[in-house]
Design a protein around this ligand. Sequence first.
Ligand SMILES: C[S@@+](CC[C@H](N)C(=O)[O-])C[C@H]1O[C@@H](n2cnc3c(N)ncnc32)[C@H](O)[C@@H]1O
Length: 384
Amino acid sequence: MNINIHYDGKGIRHMAIIGELDTREKIQQLLSHMEQNIEETHITFFDSSILHWSIIEKLYALQKHKRSRVFVLKPYLYAYLSKIGIRSYYVAQEPEGCKKESEVTTRNSKALYAQQVMDFLTAIYDQYGYDYTQYQIDSIMRRIKLCMLKENIQSFEVFKRVVLENEEVFERLFLDFSINITDFFRDPEVFAAIRDKILPYLDSFHHIKIWCAGCSTGQEAYSLAIMLDELNMLNKTQIYATDINPFVVEEAENGLYPLAGIENNIRNYRNAKGSKSFMKYFKVKETYMEIDVRLKKSILFFQHSLVNSGSINEFQLILCRNVLIYFSPDLQKNILKNFYCSLNQNGFLILGKREGILNNGGHQYFCNYDPENRMFRRRALKEA
Ligand SMILES: C[S@@+](CC[C@H](N)C(=O)[O-])C[C@H]1O[C@@H](n2cnc3c(N)ncnc32)[C@H](O)[C@@H]1O
């Protein structure tokens, strides 16, 4: 990472951050520059798609005293900062070769064929290591079309080439493939059922291990941690929270959430039988709130793909909600088998409210526990 600094004729300090801020030392280096007492600073983040919470805190403080302007080149960072109320300016970039190619293509976008798309997904896997070949093809095709529109490319052949040659464009397609909608205590009745029907059983263990697979920006894992804390079970629990998308994993680790929409979170918390004050778990700033450090420490967030992966531990409970819905039945079956191998005897699996195990062969591995809340229990070894 490089930090280039210069002062213009008006005494404004311009800082250009080039490269990733991916180590503690680099973050510290930037923080020490930001701490210097300069009248006005303009900071441009060239390559960062996400920032560590300590830098966000500093940006927030500078902005509060009207002493900074933030410029970003990555759309993900722009969206993240605006979500938590930090104003930034988005500097749009034209990926090399992209415009030229799109201009020479006809305006009529041709129909996409499943086989073309499968070949493209295989090439993406070879080039970037992300395997989307077993996702629901209709949903993938919709997202490709959306990305082509945003990139202003009409020809699929051109789009394919641009994505495979230009990592920046692939990154944007990757983000379009990733649906990250989530919330604190999403489907509160499911959390109430976890509290009443699963946690009393888990409490009989000395040590509890829970896996939140496809955790998105972390609200689901933190909701579990809050519930466990209220039942005095947090100190003996380790939550693993994983997602294929490295940016949402970093957002989750940051634990910063917008204050807007908080009423809905509080309502969900109460409907999930939360017994304290939801806000007690956050340090509140003017535009965002930060999750309690104790809760952060109980969760290990890391990037992990459910596709082609083996079991990662032995858990008593796995949540994989609103993820399988994007996968083909064959892939769903493989993943359910993997969950079976990653659960201990009598372990629990919870899927999303619209997901089941009947059409994908999962009944081999699991039986119903609370069908309404999509809770399943691992079958005994000889049954499976
Ligand atoms: C709709 S969110 C669900 C979040 C949370 N579980 C919930 O229900 O609120 C789906 C998440 O699955 C993740 N995902 C998609 N494919 C995945 C894969 N192959 N491995 C792990 N996570 C994946 C996405 O990145 C996204 O964050």
